[in-house]
Write a protein that binds this ligand. Sequence first.
Ligand code: FES
Ligand SMILES: [Fe+2]
Length: 423
Amino acid sequence: MSVGAADAQGAMDIQQAMFSRLDRYQPIGALPRDFYTSATDYRLELEKIWYRDWLFVGHDCEITHVGDYFTVQIGEYPLLIVRDRGGEVRALHNTCRHRGSRICSAHRGRLGQLVCPYHQWTYDLSGDLIEARGKGADFQRNQHGLKPAHCKQVGGYIFVCLSDAAPDFDAFAKLAGPYLLPHHLRDAKVAFQSTIIEHANWKLVWENNRECYHCAANHPELCRSYPSTPTVVSIGAAANSPRIAEHWQHWESKGLPSRFQLSPNGQSRLVRMPLLDTAVSFTMDGTAAVQRPLSESVTESNVGSLLMFHYPSTWNHVMGDHATTFRVLPLSPTETQLTTKWLVHKDATEGVDYDVERLTEVWRATNEEDRRVCQENQRGVNSPSYDPAPYSTIQEAGTRQFISWYRRHFMARLREGSVPGAA
Ligand code: FES
Ligand SMILES: [Fe+2]
């Protein structure tokens, strides 16, 4: 067998082994230890999930002008998200077609052209190569533009997909659009953002996010405005709560889609939930953090929180006065990057309409608390004696839904059989 054939066989063996492990695993409790620790498993997740799915990267309102860009690293892929001269948002691979240098190293900025810092090859904002110093007349510039990645937008959210064959996006856009659009997030602004690294596997971060079993003991700030009862996070259980049913009916009668919607594949969910008692926002006293409503179309403050997740990269809360959006990206088997953004009306003035400290204090504290519990979770999972019990069917239904999606989704991708990049 040639070295190449042996490598391909080795890759298939790893995939088959993973398929068997997922097949054997029953999603009634947390995954076996290797899923949270193994570099081989992590590599396969990158190839089969992170490099194949639509991922939330940022917001339209972060790049409103021609030439505005931000960068993002997804696994091994550096990407550049830029608004081109035609006003379109593009995702380009941030690797020069000359010898591969990263072109933009800053997190964000505004440029007229994309000039590689190494030998100054110059690309326009659509990624076309327009100048390659010293290249002969026979050099074909049009063959050496920056490679594009798939890029789509819905309701102010920019998603990218690294796969050549991107999965369908339209079904998600159709589901999420009506919920998001009234909040005008395309015209908002980012009042504050934070990025933290959690020393925990990305699935532990999600498992933690999808339950509030831990909230009462760990989130004193969040629990002032967010109900920790399982009805809010459980699939379907919310409909049994008269308060929630009334909330949905009220806001739907006013033209705001609110009812619980789970995509058929379990990858995304939207629902509008009331906050605790009279709270209208994630603040310490439950009152609005921003005096100016986020959207001119939703001016009543007690609209609650629109919860949206789209696995594996984002969960969100959109309220009457502001939105908090979360981007999850894996860095290694035991490290996850979490970026949180606080969006407010674009004309809201800091110091007049809102105070950044007050706007952000609940989720900054909550993120830190979640980081601590996830890191301790990882440390315990690292133990050879880790042996998880079944999930609570009441308190951890959301976590179970996530892990069931992961298992099904991963198995479906493994069944497709091909090794990305091998073609
Ligand atoms: S690597 Fe970009 S110009 Fe040389
Ligand atoms: Fe939490």
